[in-house]
Design a protein around this ligand. Sequence first.
Ligand code: PMP
Ligand code: GLN
Length: 383
Amino acid sequence: MSITINSKLPAVGTTIFTVIGELANRHQAINLGQGFPDFSAPQALLERVDHHIRQGHNQYAPMAGVARLREAIAAKIEQSYGRPVSADREVTVTPGATVALYCAITACVRPGDEVIVFDPAYDSYEPAIELSGGRAVHLPLLPPAFAVDWQRVKDAITPRTRMIILNSPHNPTGATLLAEDLATLAELVRDTDILLLSDEVYEHLVYDGVTHQSLLQHDELAARAFVVFSFGKTYHVTGWKTGYCIAPAALTAELRKVHQYVTFVAVTPIQLALADFMQSCPQHHQQLAAFYQRKRDLFCEQMAGSRFHFSPAKGTFFQLMDYSEISDQEDLAMAEWLTREQGVAAIPVSVFYEEPPAARYVRFCFAKEDETLIRAAELLCRI
Ligand code: PMP
Ligand code: GLN
């Protein structure tokens, strides 16, 4: 007899990043799909990991994270966003932002709760909501600006609304929230018990003089928010899966109740190395916006002669491109075709929607060596 299982996530398959990544490998396509750099992290950071492993720092870290790292994070938060946070009670290091998001959702969402998400939404939010018995309420971000329609948010709020999930700079559109957005959000949630989960993993990747608006800069919002960051994006080490969550002490206490049983801790030598590097190279993140803006501009310049249409991303290391002049096939088929036949892997955007719009977009990652971007653009310009 074979066992049958009643799936708790019947609509979920393998993530698009794995699907396209495997296809790219099989066809040896240039992989501008999944978001990861093809260049190295700073040597000094790599050396510190080696150092700590050899020094024998290979056992469990403290549950909330290595103290030195939490202190370095608290100092960076104060410097970047002007908010003093307690390293002991408000900072938790997690194995990637993904785990922080999962723990925050699981700690707060109960059966029957509604959670507002904005489509296109990063794909890890909804499964976590569903596993907690909650329901994602999807609101669209409309092209070309992909801004939040706050009237729709207001209309969508009900007594069951438990949480609103924000993501700025936004994957996959590159859109960024403005100070006015945060002010409007504050008005909407005032006098409610709605919690906020703010995914700010691309905090330093903002371009053209725009500054990142963190919920941590806003007293009223920060008082009810879990704010999530990733070392993977900031230090070019996505494979290290190390991130952190900043939240008021009462929220952090609940998050840690889940974190301690989901994973207990993040990896020790990686945390120690990051703490060292944050101390020895505090300016690292200040150069990131210029570094990635140059890559964005290079990719966009190289793509100017193509039949793709786009406006340069305002943030993140992703560039959306409208392919409607080239093809009217659906974006999954288009992404597969680009990967298989044209030698450049891309991510279809419809997978991040409950109800995909008619627009035809694929997402390219420009966190790549210049030569990779130039070669990819050459191939894409031939189409
Ligand atoms: N949120 C967004 C919007 C992302 O793009 C990613 C991508 N990796 C994550 C969260 C997860 O970050 P991490 O790899 O640190 O888990
Ligand atoms: N965040 C990365 C992206 O959007 C992928 C992470 C993953 O593979 N889950 O490409």
